[in-house]
Design a protein around this ligand. Structure first.
Ligand code: BTN
Length: 267
């Protein structure tokens, strides 16, 4: 088992000339890498500070859900962003994270996985990666920093995932079986891809991949709005990475965030 110090040095060496990268910490175990980034942000850490963990005891997902982070089985990473005004559209920041993870996975496995709006990556209808952006605002309501958390399932744990998610979850080693996934390459590839996309904002050329690889576009979906279940068809993704839908009663709605479900046709 490679030591935390060696992992940090390998990542620092690979990213030494990367303009986005500032520093990295690797911990064998944390409650959540995003908790650690929050501590660092509050003590003035710079943008491009990255925290990784071998396992998370209280990994967070969207909608208050737990993110299972079994030991040595995933890439659990949080990045500190201090976006200026041209970069502070939250939907675009998370979309950059999704595309950075998508590109890194493509480079390492040769597989184009699906993007499920808002920011999950799926393969064969099973979840491979989740992304959570958390913003911190100052007393004037201005965004002071964003913590972007990315969790990628790398190796299926011995004994599988928790029973409630086991058949809905997939890991990179199940996509690319021939040789293992190199953890350092995966981390550095996600960080450098993210840095490039983030640097180019507000240019959003990356949304072409977001649209092409979407498993939601042109599909029938359901979602909840004001406590009511809505049925709609996903018709486009706009330039802020929002999902434009046509509801069953003919209205056009633009969804900024939240959970949608695909309606699967059983033949
Ligand atoms: C989701 O699927 O709902 C989002 C999951 C985000 C998980 C990552 S893992 C690294 C970072 N730390 C956390 O506690 N959550 C994010």
């Amino acid at each position: 088992m490679i030591s935390s110090h060696l992992l940090e040095s390998a990542i620092k060496t690979k990213l030494k000339d990367n303009p986005f990268f500032h520093n990295v910490e690797y911990h064998t175990s944390l409650t959540s890498t995003s908790d650690r980034v929050k501590e660092l942000a509050q003590s003035g850490a710079k943008e491009g500070t990255i925290v990784l963990a071998g396992t998370q005891t209280a990994g967070r997902g969207r909608m208050g859900r737990h993110f299972y982070s079994p030991k040595g089985s995933g890439m659990y990473m949080s990045l500190l962003l201090r976006p200026n005004k041209t970069r502070n559209a939250p939907g675009l920041l998370t979309a950059c994270g999704a595309i950075a993870a998508w590109k890194a996975i493509y480079q390492l496995t040769g597989t184009k996985v699906d993007i499920k709006w808002v920011n999950d990556l799926y393969f064969q209808n099973k979840k491979l990666c989740g992304i959570l952006a958390e913003g911190q605002f100052d007393c004037n309501g201005a965004l002071s920093y964003v913590i972007l958390g990315i969790g990628i399932n790398v190796t299926r744990p011995n004994g599988g995932y928790a029973p409630e998610i086991d058949d809905k979850t997939i890991a990179l080693n199940e996509i690319k079986q021939s040789s293992g996934i190199d953890y350092v390459s995966l981390c550095t590839s996600v960080i450098s891809e993210f840095g490039r996309l983030y640097h180019d904002l507000p240019k959003t050329d990356f949304l072409s991949i977001y649209r092409e690889q979407s498993c939601v576009l042109h599909q029938n979906i359901t979602y909840e709005r004001e406590g009511k279940q809505c049925c709609a068809k996903a018709i486009s993704i706009d330039d802020c990475a929002r999902l434009v839908v046509k509801t069953d009663d003919g209205r056009i709605e633009t969804l900024e965030s939240g959970e949608i479900s695909l309606v699967r046709t059983v033949l």
